[in-house]
Design a protein around this ligand. Sequence first.
Ligand SMILES: [Zn+2]
Length: 122
Amino acid sequence: MGYKNICLECRTSYSKGNDYQNQVESNCPQCGKKMILVNHKFKPPKKSDTKNWEMVKLLVENGFKFQAVYEQIEKGLFLKVNSPKNLNDAKEFIKKIQSLKSLNISHTSVSILFVNAKDCNN
Ligand SMILES: [Zn+2]
């Protein structure tokens, strides 16, 4: 699994290798701010597409790093949650993530749950 580094200031993304275990946090070559690691599946909007970047920012600030997200419908049954396509979707999506978190799972284990669910899919 690879990952990308994104800079919300410059609205740019950089592919950063394929080793998810050894992810490197780095600073943006353009503005020097710390970049954010996201899943390699993230497709960056165009630089001029500020609306979509606003959505990306909202998601990232709420702890979503573009992992595959699965919602448990019942024991052993997961439904893939589609990634949001616009700002309204994003707000709904965040509510969904918050409700997953409120199932007494810490933020970290929620991330792990997402990653494991993705692995099962492969
Ligand atoms: Zn930057």
